[in-house]
Design a protein. Structure first.
Length: 278
DNA sequence: ATGGCCATCGCGGATGGA
């Protein structure tokens, strides 16, 4: 199965591009961020006509996340339980897996707890604006809330994917100009500490499991011809739990839609798993 | 370089993004 995450910077503007991309890349699950619309405006019918059912968690003007999938999602949860937030940033759901106890009597499986399905969390991490700002403090609090919740979530759902726009780089390899960006937003030690604390819960950056093109980025500023000059950052990530790590068969960033007219500033990240949905 | 671009709200220009 294939999963993908894409910050589309307004679904109102980018819906045709998302549908075009899905037609060319019929992934099983697509996580979307920055819908910038309310739930009543979500284009369920357009996705359904493309063969996808959607769960959305939107708000007016800002933020907003969704999971759209070829098989229906179950056990949908919105935002981070235990962390009060007036912004729509997280949506989680389970996708039943082929080979679970209900439809396969074989005792051996490639995956422990396969009957618990695949838990997918799509997230739009706070931007943080600038170190020292109120928004940066909110980002740090949000990251602490995410980590505390994920610790228990991983016990409930051992087969877990956390993907989305993290708004954090792992290290200098994720930054086109590490010296110029040093201690700037997305690149501070505090943000990277939080990202590593997610790794410490037992998650793995799927992108780094494979040889990647040099200077692989997922976001490029709209200004200054940044995409053409490949002046970007890798801030969109797919993290997988320990049980899923051996089943990851590929992970890549698809730069193709960044070449569209009126593109999102982010590119999709695609994960391939040696698993099938039920 | 105190910036450039884009989306939203809404009809001018501020705010947020990253």
């Amino acid at each position: 199965m294939k999963l993908a995450t894409w910050n589309i910077n307004s679904l109102t503007v980018r819906l045709p591009q998302v549908l075009d991309w899905l037609a060319a890349n019929p992934v099983d699950v697509l996580a979307l961020q920055e819908l910038k619309l309310t739930d009543d405006k979500f284009p369920h019918t357009a996705f359904a006509q493309a063969g996808y059912s959607s769960q959305c968690f939107g708000q007016k003007t800002y933020n907003g996340v969704a999971l759209t999938s070829r098989t229906p999602a179950v056990a949908v949860v919105k935002n981070i339980p235990g962390f009060d937030d007036d912004m729509a940033r997280v949506i989680s759901a389970t996708f039943p897996l082929l080979g679970n106890a209900a439809n396969d009597s074989s005792k051996d499986s490639v995956l422990p707890n396969i009957n618990k399905g695949l838990r997918v969390i799509g997230a739009y991490f706070p931007n943080g604006q600038e170190p020292g700002s109120d928004k940066f403090e909110y980002k740090m609090a949000w990251l602490s809330g995410l980590r505390a919740w994920l610790r228990t979530e991983l016990q409930t759902y051992p087969n877990l994917v956390l993907m989305g726009d993290y708004n954090i780089t792992f290290d200098d390899a994720d930054v086109w100009d590490p010296e110029g960006m040093r201690d700037q937003i997305h690149c501070t030690d505090e943000e990277r500490y939080h990202l590593q604390s997610l790794i410490a819960l037992g998650l793995t950056d799927a992108h780094r499991l494979f040889a990647q093109p040099p200077k692989s980025y997922s976001w490029w500023d709209y200004r200054d011809m940044a995409f053409r000059r490949n002046r970007g950052m890798r801030i969109d990530h797919i993290l997988v739990s320990k049980t899923l790590k051996p089943l990851v068969s590929a992970c890549h960033i698809d730069k193709t839609p960044r070449k569209n007219e009126r593109p999102s500033d982010h590119a999709p990240v695609v994960l391939e798993l040696a698993l099938a949905t039920a």
